[in-house]
Design a protein around this ligand. Sequence first.
Ligand SMILES: *[C@@H]1O[C@H](CO)[C@@H](O)[C@H](O)[C@H]1NC(C)=O
Ligand SMILES: *[C@@H]1O[C@H](CO)[C@@H](O)[C@H](O)[C@H]1NC(C)=O
Ligand SMILES: *[C@@H]1O[C@H](CO)[C@@H](O)[C@H](O)[C@H]1NC(C)=O
Ligand SMILES: *[C@@H]1O[C@H](CO)[C@@H](O)[C@H](O)[C@H]1NC(C)=O
Ligand SMILES: *[C@@H]1O[C@H](CO)[C@@H](O)[C@H](O)[C@H]1NC(C)=O
Ligand SMILES: *[C@@H]1O[C@H](CO)[C@@H](O)[C@H](O)[C@H]1NC(C)=O
Ligand SMILES: *[C@@H]1O[C@H](CO)[C@@H](O)[C@H](O)[C@H]1NC(C)=O
Ligand SMILES: *[C@@H]1O[C@H](CO)[C@@H](O)[C@H](O)[C@H]1NC(C)=O
Length: 479
Amino acid sequence: MAGAEAIGRPSVGHWGLQSIVRAAAVCLSLVICLVRCTDCAKPSNIVFILTDDQDVVLGGMTPVKKAKALIGDAGVYFSNAFAVTPLCCPSRSSILTGRYPHNHEQAAVPDLLRGKYLNQYGKKEAGDVAYVPPGWDQWHALVGNSQYYNYTLSVNGKEEKHGDSYDTDYLTDLIVNRSLRFLDDRSPQHPFFMMLSPPAPHSPWTAAPQYAKTFSNVKAPRDGSFDKPGKDKHWLLRQPLNPMTNSSIDFLDNAFRRRWQTLLSVDDLVEKVVQKLQDIKELNNTYVFFSSDHGYHTGQFSLPIDKRQLYEFDIRVPLMVRGPGIKPSQTLKDPVLNIDFGPTFLDIAGINLTEVNMDGQSFLPQMAPSLRNGTSRPYFLVEYTGEGHSAPDPACPKLGPGLSQCFPDCVCEDAFNNTYACVRTLTNYNMQYCEFADQESFVEVYNLTSDPHQLENIVKKGGRDLDPLLRLLSTFQWE
Ligand SMILES: *[C@@H]1O[C@H](CO)[C@@H](O)[C@H](O)[C@H]1NC(C)=O
Ligand SMILES: *[C@@H]1O[C@H](CO)[C@@H](O)[C@H](O)[C@H]1NC(C)=O
Ligand SMILES: *[C@@H]1O[C@H](CO)[C@@H](O)[C@H](O)[C@H]1NC(C)=O
Ligand SMILES: *[C@@H]1O[C@H](CO)[C@@H](O)[C@H](O)[C@H]1NC(C)=O
Ligand SMILES: *[C@@H]1O[C@H](CO)[C@@H](O)[C@H](O)[C@H]1NC(C)=O
Ligand SMILES: *[C@@H]1O[C@H](CO)[C@@H](O)[C@H](O)[C@H]1NC(C)=O
Ligand SMILES: *[C@@H]1O[C@H](CO)[C@@H](O)[C@H](O)[C@H]1NC(C)=O
Ligand SMILES: *[C@@H]1O[C@H](CO)[C@@H](O)[C@H](O)[C@H]1NC(C)=O
């Protein structure tokens, strides 16, 4: 692609791996990086909209109708997009470093890449609000974890406190307003990379006032693995009460509804940003990405609400992209992972990926075959390290003091031994094989073709059914 080649070359230093890696260290809300170039014939911009906790399996895309029309229908939907780790901060690090969590520490700034730092942005221990990672021209980052009101931002290194007035403080809208202002004021000769991370639909699920009554009759879907017992699964999944109590069900239905309400503001965000790109005549020159850091569950296997599990509802994410060279109304089955975003952005910018040490690969060839050649991967790794340390300090309140992840009726959603690695195959075999680092060395295997909801762990069946998968595993490189 002529344009991309022109953007990237002069800009490697400015839009380098290091700044991208550093940016991963916060749950950022709006960051803009201007890519300088001296000789850009047709520079392409990138707008990356990354929601927080938005599932794709349980209908999480239903509320964002305008976003689907303006991005997916105008470009491509990926029907097999996955997070390699179903938790916010490791996933966001992977998105911006292009690496698996087990490889984050080899990155340029290892001290910032340990999962738990990410929710600590702006706190004293993590370097204070004055810290702005290099490479970003505009930096608006949220201090601490997701909030819609009563939060503090680091605005280019200066602390900015916000209260709870809708007109001045609602975070999703504030991100919109600042993005629009940036697009109006930008210097026209410079292509830009703009990343917008609204808090939605993460808890505390605070809807904009005009949406607080929408979806009042909506409930979490009751099909698939909803409230199914996890008796043949790993230790954590064997603990929840089944069937769930009514209070758990009321709680998760309320969460489900409120998640959708917060997404209506994200839908407005997409509409306004795309409209502005059109107004400034940059829309045909901009790649717009829409995705989420990981999926979510509401009642699956009797777990009320959370993420962190190896199942489809937690690891699958929405992904749609429009931009130069991408034909409209396509649905692509090629597997795409969160570690592929970094390489794809760099590829669009024309940076030579063989010189960048990332685990992921660019999916520009799949989206825009007229611009790049490339093949997609046949299988991939999913990995997660459970929170909590070890007995006697597991992660759940039921089990000990000082613990988090307690939801209604104290169902435990995570523990230190919820630590696993899986191989997921999509080409030839639609299967998943997972091993746990727990006292049982537990193994789960699913045939997603016959059992899309992962109701039956077929490891015990053994025999010929598993032969092809086991043969494949024997060739798999655990890099
Ligand atoms: C914001 O903080 C104020 C002062 O502590 C409090 O009264 C208000 O309820 C908070 N608003 C929200 C939405 O949490
Ligand atoms: C965003 O801008 C609109 C239009 O100017 C304004 O009505 C709204 O109050 C602003 N919201 C925030 C949170 O800044
Ligand atoms: C729980 O909800 C069901 C369905 O609404 C109802 O039939 C049942 O009586 C409730 N159980 C309790 C203990 O409230
Ligand atoms: C984008 O559209 C403008 C007119 O709005 C046109 O001048 C320009 O050549 C187009 N750019 C591309 C890359 O198609
Ligand atoms: C990319 O870098 C590699 C290794 O430095 C080099 O062999 C290759 O020719 C480069 N490709 C392009 C298109 O510049
Ligand atoms: C893709 O590969 C084919 C066959 O080698 C070649 O003819 C074509 O130019 C390549 N396309 C791009 C965009 O590199
Ligand atoms: C997981 O950890 C809990 C809490 O320490 C412990 O009770 C349980 O036996 C462990 N299970 C496995 C399979 O390691
Ligand atoms: C998975 O299920 C499909 C459909 O029932 C079946 O054809 C296939 O043989 C199964 N694969 C394995 C490895 O069990």
